[in-house]
Design a protein around this ligand. Sequence first.
Ligand code: KG4
Ligand code: ZN
Length: 338
Amino acid sequence: MIVLGIESSCDECAASVVVDGRKILSNVIATQIDMHRPFNGVVPEIASRIHTEWIAPVVREALEAADIKASELDGIAATNRPGLMGSLLVGLSYAKGFAWSLGIPFAGVDHVRAHLYAAHLEQDIEYPYIGLLVSGGHTIICRVDDFDTIEIMGTTIDDAVGEAFDKVAKFHGLGYPGGIAVDRLSYEGNDKAFNFPAPSLHKGDHRYDVSYSGLKNAVINQLHQFQNGDGDYTKADVAASFQKRAVQILIKRLNRAVSDTGINRVVAGGGVAANSRLRRELSEVSGIDVTFPSLTLCTDNGAMIAGIGYHYLKSNGGDSLSLTAAARVSGFRKTYPK
Ligand code: KG4
Ligand code: ZN
């Protein structure tokens, strides 16, 4: 089954052609990073306007690169949730219209589930496993029994880890986009320069939860309070010390999830899964067998949408063309106090 996947939930306008949920024929990603850079963050109105201009050429390029004619497509999948409403609607509407005009089925895809599927595009992975979904909007530790059967074990109770990377980078002028800027700068810094705080969530319901707002605020507002020694420090030291703690928070919860469930296979996904320190440290944890997608499949892309979309199209024939977009999805965030 040849599936076209379309992703436009944030600032990447992406399309990809994937065969049978596995073989990537093309993966075109047009990023709007330069357009949002002056604002140090994604401006929703600008994002959706650019998507309307780019979506048709991006899809055309994905078909051309795959050497596939539109008439050869068996189905089209598009992200319909969660994300920026205006941006989502562009890709979704385009996908529905294109599918209708070709007389082929269409499937709406949950972006978060698609991130967890990304690693399956590159290798066979057996279920069950512990999923680690780390992106700009979500931080989730879950048990995954099937491509669509996910049991949330822990989430962030406040900020997502990617959001913390982005805000720290923005405040300290480390570069844009924040995650990759912190990652790169960290190589030049001393990760022991600051001893930033770790959340103390460990009891009952919070056993697998994380929190990033305390760390983020410490790095932004209380820097000197956590400084080791009185000497000078550099921006790179701030980046390295923050990144060390941010990664440590995730690994601690993952270790708990793995030892409590006895499931030692871990599959990561989402933009922060591209982080070099997370990739290195998690790979070195004994007793955990971790799989990371390659870097281009960690951040937003159309291949993960086509990949998981294939399974929906195959199992239930896809969705009605009346399917709409949703900015938020319930169940992926915990709210405290209850
Ligand atoms: O999955 P993604 O592309 O979009 C969302 O679904 O949110 O993730 C974007 C997030 C951003 O917060 C970005 O700063 C972060 O992933 N990110 C990274 C790295 N590359 C991207 N964070 C840490 N290290 C990286 N190398
Ligand atoms: Zn994403």
